[in-house]
Design a protein around this ligand. Structure first.
Ligand code: SF4
Length: 325
């Protein structure tokens, strides 16, 4: 029997613009629409400055929106009634990119994890609170001896585990993971990704996993959304994106992922798609397709008409005139 997927977060025509200078507007998120289903991980990738972090933060109401709508479990994220605010903030959590600056250095690990437990009255007694802190530390691969230490005593990977424990302790349903492994050593990155996958299975969590390159999201994402200058250019399952990328920008991003085998890499080098042209400023984006200045397939039409994001079959969405037929 086909199980119907339940939409947890729905983003419709979201815009987040920032005023810069007297008359200029930076369109960080420019008419972006997607759904995230309950229990899935949606990877969101794009180069620095493409708007992915702004998009993640606007999706959970950390930033106000300029236009469009975001709903979480049917609730308008930017108009949560005051009586539901606290519960909304419990259900939706964020893990930040930089584990060095996102944790208060004056607080012990127990205090960092216990803060949310206290705010949301999750533990019934002091003893239960302590047991919960130990339990979350163990769940993220640390142990109870770590509870009374300060964050400067931990490595980057351990700090990110503390950040994950802090988010988990309030029993959330949805977590925005904002480049959670970018600041970590490559050897630690896979461990943190595997931990996130285990925790998702254990607690039925839903993730938006923001990353700057496709190699990072491959292992964890069910579907992947590719952003370019604030616009969604491709969205499909992880498997389809890696085997059949359709947007020229996605093809270039995939081509840039190094393969750790010098022979294969040398052979591949000859066929690599190299992005040419300047990244246009997000303040003065050209009319038509935003990728036109770097795309070897660009035609006159691309300079005039912005390609809409359309389903080219089986839930594979692409915004490119090449995919019209
Ligand atoms: Fe390239 Fe045109 Fe497609 Fe844009 S619409 S990606 S410029 S072919």
């Amino acid at each position: 029997m086909n199980k119907k997927k339940e939409v947890l977060l729905s983003v419709k025509n979201l815009q987040k613009h920032f005023k810069v200078g007297r008359n200029a507007v930076l369109k960080a998120v420019d008419d972006v629409s997607f759904d995230i289903y309950k229990g899935e991980t949606l990877g969101m990738v794009g180069e620095s400055g493409c708007g992915k972090t702004t998009c993640g933060r606007t999706c959970i109401g950390l930033y106000s929106k300029t236009g469009g709508q975001v709903t979480f479990a049917g609730m308008d994220v930017h108009n949560v009634p005051p009586e539901d605010q606290k519960e909304f903030k419990r259900r939706v959590q964020m893990v930040f990119q930089d584990p060095y600056s996102s944790l208060d250095p004056r607080m012990t690990v127990a205090k960092i994890i216990g803060e949310g437990i206290d705010i949301h009255h999750i533990a019934k007694s002091k003893q239960e609170r302590t047991e919960m802190i130990y339990e979350y530390l163990e769940l993220v691969g640390l142990n109870r001896e770590h509870a009374n230490r300060f964050v400067h005593e931990f490595s980057g990977g351990q700090r990110q585990r503390i950040g994950i424990a802090r988010a988990l302790a309030v029993k959330p349903e949805f977590i925005v993971l904002d480049e959670p492994i970018s600041a970590l050593d490559v050897s630690i990155q896979a461990q943190v990704v595997n931990l996130l996958i285990d925790l998702q299975r254990k607690f039925g969590l839903t993730y938006l996993f923001v990353a700057h390159d496709l190699s990072m999201v491959k292992h964890i994402s069910d579907r992947v959304a590719v952003l370019y200058l604030g616009t969604l250019v491709e969205l499909t399952t992880s498997e389809e994106l890696y085997s059949n990328p359709l947007h020229p920008y996605t093809q270039a991003l995939l081509s840039a992922i190094p393969i750790p085998d010098p022979d294969v890499e040398q052979e591949r080098d000859a066929h690599k798609i190299r992005l040419t042209g300047e990244v246009p400023s997000p303040i003065n984006t050209p009319p038509g397709c935003k990728f036109q200045g770097r795309c070897k397939h660009a035609t006159a039409r691309c300079t005039q008409e912005m390609p809409p994001l359309r389903d080219v079959g089986g839930g594979h969405f692409v915004a490119c005139h090449l995919c019209d037929k």
